[in-house]
Design a binder for this molecule. Structure first.
Ligand code: SF4
Ligand code: SF4
Length: 431
């Protein structure tokens, strides 16, 4: 058994994790609604291209949209039924994406992928690509691309931190599907051609640490409970002591990072020939009647998920898609679940801060906690002054990981992350 402590991170913040609301609730399969709306852009890169037309019958597990190039991902139907049509819809962050509408016939006639003849590096990567697997921690980067880095890695780092408060979907997978997740991890290691597997787990999950420590081929790193411990660069440092330089990738220091849900999806794709069309989501917060960990079919309306959990309490003050630190606030529940949706949170006034922002008092708290050693107040200042280039030069906005630590600690309640997002968008639009 190889267990050791992770390296200390001097920055970041300590949060009330609030996981007690859902952590002991087993994964429950949520029945799919009558209408499913599946996004063609559930990943970073080009949207997938539809391969079905209105009126077609589709099986559960049937390819309905094909990856458009290398940085893209296949999309599969999560139910059997009839293609009702195509529509454009907003996602939680306000971007408009294309969707395929499917009327669920309730029969779940399932068509798996063809069985894999063998499991070597090439066939496993090809299967991961075929199954449409993307990073399910939220990034949505196509996993097959991540598994073929330019620099040859020597270490696979598995992110078992789940450092966002409230979210327990990865925790439940680690507890309930331990062997399956472990098999998925080994398959990712095989695809990478590495033998060193490091699993980083926050110390608030002792049961997971104990379970994963029973596998002789894994090295378990017990991570300090800190946010954002799950950020790739910080996880790599804490697990291996290697520092990923600014502007470089994990593979530049010999590492590739994957998360728990992705490992589970890899297991299902390779061992069960199942493409990615459903995932575990946490529904939590004090304003949801029955917190839950649900296995949700892609394309399920958030409103239906909330109704399945007993609905919202009258005290609801804010709805969030994903974790409270990085997830966007929702102005509507007329949204549809996808591969990267880890949760829905309904928060009451005791869990939110509705005070209005006031001028910066130059206290420096945001810079003190910034895990990327940036000057968040400068990014905010220059963005408000519409001098985005200065926000880049002085504040270092390009290296921001949008973790939200700066906004969280700001006594003036400055909306720093919103400034950062705006600044990044403006810089990107200028090329
Ligand atoms: S500036 Fe970016 S990286 Fe630094 S604390 Fe704020 S959101 Fe996080
Ligand atoms: S924490 Fe808020 S008030 Fe303090 S320096 Fe940063 S932006 Fe200004």
């Amino acid at each position: 058994m190889k267990i050791r402590k992770g390296k200390f991170l001097s920055r970041g913040i300590r949060l009330h994790d609030m996981k007690f609301l859902a952590k002991d609730i087993p994964i429950e399969v949520m029945p799919a609604p009558e209408i499913i709306s599946i996004s063609l852009g559930q990943h970073i890169g080009k949207p997938a291209v539809p391969v079905v037309k209105e009126g077609d019958f589709v099986y559960q597990g049937q390819l309905i949209a094909q990856a458009d190039g290398v940085v893209s991902a296949n999309v599969y139907s999560s139910v059997s039924g009839t293609v009702e049509g195509f529509e454009k819809r907003p996602v939680a962050n306000g971007a408009i994406k294309d969707y395929i509408l499917i009327r669920n016939d309730g029969n779940y006639m399932y068509r798996p992928l063809d069985p894999l003849p063998d499991r070597n590096k090439e066939t496993v990567i090809a299967r991961i690509r075929e199954a449409g697997i993307v990073g399910m921690g939220g990034a949505g980067f196509p996993t097959a691309v991540k598994l073929a880095p330019k620099q040859t890695p020597d270490t696979l780092v598995i992110n078992g931190a789940e450092c966002e408060p409230y979210l327990t979907c990865d925790y439940r997978l680690m507890v309930e599907k331990t062997d399956e997740v472990a098999q998925g991890i080994r398959l990712i290691a095989k695809a990478l051609g590495v033998t060193k597997i490091v699993v980083g787990i926050e110390k608030n999950k002792p049961d997971c640490i104990e379970k994963f420590a029973s596998y002789e081929d894994f090295e378990i790193v017990v991570l300090r409970k800190a946010y954002p411990m799950g950020s790739e660069k910080h996880l790599i440092y804490s697990c291996t002591g290697r520092k990923v330089p600014v502007g470089k990738l994990p593979s530049d220091v010999g590492c590739v990072v994957n998360n728990i849900a992705t490992a589970y999806a890899v297991y299902e794709a390779v061992e069960l020939d199942k493409p990615l069309f459903e995932r575990v989501m946490t529904v939590s917060g004090k304003a949801i009647v029955h917190p839950a960990n649900l296995l949700v079919k892609n394309g399920t309306r958030f409103d239906d998920i909330i109704t399945h959990c007993g609905g919202l309490r009258d005290t609801t003050a804010m709805l969030v898609s994903g974790g409270p630190m990085m997830g966007p606030c929702m102005i509507s529940t007329d949204l549809y679940s996808g591969k990267t949706d880890s949760g829905i949170l309904a928060l009451d006034s005791s869990e939110t801060d509705s005070r209005n922002p006031s001028p910066c008092i130059n206290c420096g708290a945001c810079a003190e906690v910034c895990p990327m050693h940036l000057l968040p107040m400068m990014i905010d200042f220059y963005t408000q002054a519409r001098d985005y280039q200065k926000a880049r030069e002085v504040g270092g906005v390009d290296n921001c990981i949008s973790c939200g630590c700066c906004s969280y600690v700001c006594p003036a309640r400055r909306a720093i992350v919103q400034s950062i997002t705006l600044c990044k968008q403006k810089l990107a639009s200028k090329g």
